[in-house]
Design a protein around this ligand. Structure first.
Ligand SMILES: [Zn+2]
Length: 323
């Protein structure tokens, strides 16, 4: 499937690392629209101290792990033909020191381990509230999702679906392979201050190891047909995983067609909170039923959303608010 939204802002991922870069890029277009972007971007650049570009670029390091804490790549999910794998795919059981509440909750993630420092000190953290984008901009994402065998994992923090090789997205010609998608409840991002019952995160990686995550808000309503097979096979215990060779799914069914995307540079929303993640959050929502929400919450043991983080000096582009 192909989604195309309506305005133009950036033409390459690497050019969205900061307002200063957007300014440089816009000079190559030279129409009125981009001139306006340039001036807004310039203001943002000045607000952040002008010479922040090199800092911003340094801050963009390829995230070493996938999105989240799971070390299980989709291909490592135990391949039982049908049924639940007895052995956790995490290796050595579930020893993650962080959680969504209590002593090891989000406010303390940055203190739990040296490698989680970005969770506390990072300035480009996710999620954020998507509101009043500084710039109206088009993001041209081409979706190239093929069907995949269903690989499910309950990693104790989320329900994750691994994806077979060969599917991905192209963002202004740059290819990012789809690795997995997973869910949060409530939504991690906010939109105009509102949080939704569920947010799906489709996690992609390019050849350089940089991540691009597509987020889709799900609001309470009709049962989500695309989720039915996955939900039917959702492992209810932390550490459980399975591959269902006879069940085919397509990630394209999760993304609303014709949607536009908010776009900004952020981080993993779970420790180690690595920055340099390209975020694209759908403006259109899909629905999910009460029963689907409840089953998910039961599987992951309660809410699994990190609180909203400060936008700081970042550029947020997105569709017009009066859509
Ligand atoms: Zn996520």
């Amino acid at each position: 499937m192909r989604n195309k939204s309506f305005l133009t802002l950036t033409t390459s991922l690497t050019l969205l690392v900061g307002a200063g870069v957007a300014m440089a890029e816009s000079s190559t277009h030279g129409n009125g629209h981009n001139t306006q972007i340039a001036s807004e971007a310039k203001q943002a650049g000045q607000a952040s101290g002008g010479g922040s570009l090199s800092e911003r670029v340094r801050a963009i390091k390829p995230a070493s792990a996938g999105h989240g804490d799971t070390k299980a790549s989709p291909s490592k999910v135990a391949a039982t033909a049908h049924g639940t794998a007895a052995k956790p795919a995490l290796g050595g059981g579930h020893t993650s020191p962080w959680s969504y509440s209590g002593e090891n909750g989000p406010d303390r993630w940055g203190l739990l381990k040296a490698e989680y420092e970005a969770c506390g000190k990072g300035r480009m953290q996710s999620p954020i509230n998507l509101q009043g984008p500084a710039v109206q901009g088009e993001v041209d994402i081409e979706f190239d999702y093929k069907a995949s065998v269903l690989q499910v994992l309950n990693n104790g923090h989320t329900f994750q679906v691994g994806y077979g090789a060969g599917s991905g997205i192209s963002i202004n010609g740059e290819r990012f392979e789809l690795l997995q998608f997973h869910f949060h409840s409530p939504s991690e991002h906010g939109r105009d201050g509102k949080r939704y019952p569920i947010e799906a995160h489709l996690v992609h990686k390019n050849a350089k190891g940089q991540l691009a995550v597509v987020g889709v808000f799900m609001e309470s309503g009709a049962e989500n047909i695309a989720l039915m097979e996955m939900w039917d096979h959702m492992p209810m215990q932390a550490g459980a995983s399975a591959t269902h060779a006879r069940v085919a799914i397509n990630a394209g069914d999760l993304v609303p067609s014709g949607t536009q995307f908010y776009r900004y540079m952020g981080s993993l929303t779970t420790p180690p909170c690595s920055e340099g993640v390209n975020w694209f959050v759908s403006n259109k929502t899909v629905t999910v039923s009460r029963a689907q929400i409840e089953k998910f919450l039961q599987a992951v043991g309660g809410e699994n959303a990190r609180p909203l983080q400060a936008l700081n000096n970042r550029l947020l582009s997105g569709p017009s608010l009066n859509k």
